[in-house]
Design a protein around this ligand. Structure first.
Ligand code: SAM
Ligand code: SF4
Length: 329
């Protein structure tokens, strides 16, 4: 098991497959100037599958989420999914993607064993999309979403980040659209993980703002009496159901006490938290021919050192050096 000193057990592994991306979302990446990880530093497909094997067979990991950067840019993705689907025990597998290229790959990913996707889309307006992501690819994302649903990668979840002055007024429109297309919408509060270190608490759209805005058009009833367990999203039934909407309030209502995640960066570093400033190097162990038991031991030790919380409210909080795109959201 991966357990920490507070008794939390990690069963959910986020694997970043690349730090590269074909969008430049303002809350994640700068327009230009971000240094990519060097190719030899990236884990190979074999190394990734080996680490996931160690995690599911020896460390109690039950669910694997591939992310990035943009994971669809990883050439070996379908092969990785296929090999992870053949592991024992077989973990649940999902993918967080910006959706560009999903139209082409959704069927192959489903056939390889991928269970679900989360597609990020912040706006229904092409011009706002272009401003927010600095690329004119709105239609590609919409096409990718449809392809994912048609390929059975369901429930298709949509992640939206609201930014003041850009798409902050779009919450009800996004929800109406998601309900009509049978996507499950989740709003994510903007976190201090942008490469430019420009995040300001005063400037962010909070979960409270989002819910107030949604309630101008929808009747929302809390699902599960506000119990969200380790799931970061608090969920509400929309107009009595069956559709739901989630809000991930990482900043204003952090869920660190129930966190069940461990993270692996594309260059083989274990991170116990999105906001961690320490990392543990598994790549060095892999490349010095360490046996599986030794790698599992290093991973357990990293987990044991997991901090109680992200510490966003702590006056001494310092944003991690890696931006979200290089951590893996
Ligand atoms: N490129 C893929 C995508 O966009 O879905 C996967 C990686 S991306 C880093 C994963 C998720 O993190 C996306 O839903 C994105 O909106 C979210 N994200 C990125 N930067 C964020 C930030 N500063 N605050 C909150 N969410 C952020
Ligand atoms: Fe790329 Fe995802 Fe970051 Fe947007 S949020 S820049 S799509 S990694």
């Amino acid at each position: 098991m991966l357990i920490d000193t507070y008794g939390r057990v990690a069963t959910d592994l986020r694997v970043s497959l690349t730090d590269r991306c074909n969008l430049r979302c303002t809350y994640c990446m700068p327009e230009e100037g971000l240094q990519w990880l060097a190719k030899p530093d990236l884990l190979t497909d074999d190394e990734i599958v080996r680490l996931i094997d160690i995690a599911v067979s020896g460390l109690g990991i039950e669910e694997v989420r591939f992310t990035g950067g943009e994971p669809l840019l990883r050439p070996g993705l379908v092969g990785i999914v296929e090999r992870v689907a053949a592991l024992t025990p077989r973990p649940l597998m999902s993918l967080t993607t910006n959706g560009i290229g999903l139209k082409r790959t959704a069927t192959a990913l489903a056939a390889a064993g991928l269970d679900r996707v989360n597609v990020s889309l912040d706006t229904l307006r092409r011009d706002v999309f272009k401003t927010l992501t600095r690329r004119d690819r709105h239609q590609d994302v919409l096409d990718g979403l449809e392809a994912a649903r048609d390929a059975g990668l369901t429930p298709v979840k949509v992640n939206s980040v609201l930014m003041p002055g850009l798409n902050a007024d779009e919450a009800p429109d996004l929800l109406a659209w998601a309900v009509a297309h049978d996507y499950e919408l989740r709003f994510i509060e903007q976190m201090p993980l942008d490469a430019q270190h420009g995040w300001k608490r005063e400037g962010m759209v909070t979960a409270g703002d989002i819910l107030a805005s949604l309630r101008t058009r929808f009747d929302l009833t809390p699902e599960g009496q506000g119990e969200r367990g380790s799931a970061p999203a608090e969920r509400w039934l929309v107009d009595g159901g069956p559709h739901r909407v989630g809000v991930i309030a990482s900043v204003t209502r952090p869920f660190c006490a129930a966190c069940d995640r461990t993270r692996l960066t594309a260059d083989g570093q274990v991170r116990t938290c999105l906001f961690a400033r320490e990392e543990t190097d598994l790549r060095a162990a892999l490349r010095s021919d360490a046996p599986d038991e030794e790698i599992a031991r290093i991973w357990r030790l990293a987990m044991w050192g997991k901090k109680a919380g992200a510490g966003l409210d702590d006056p001494s909080f310092v944003q991690p050096d890696r931006p979200m795109s290089a951590i893996g959201g």
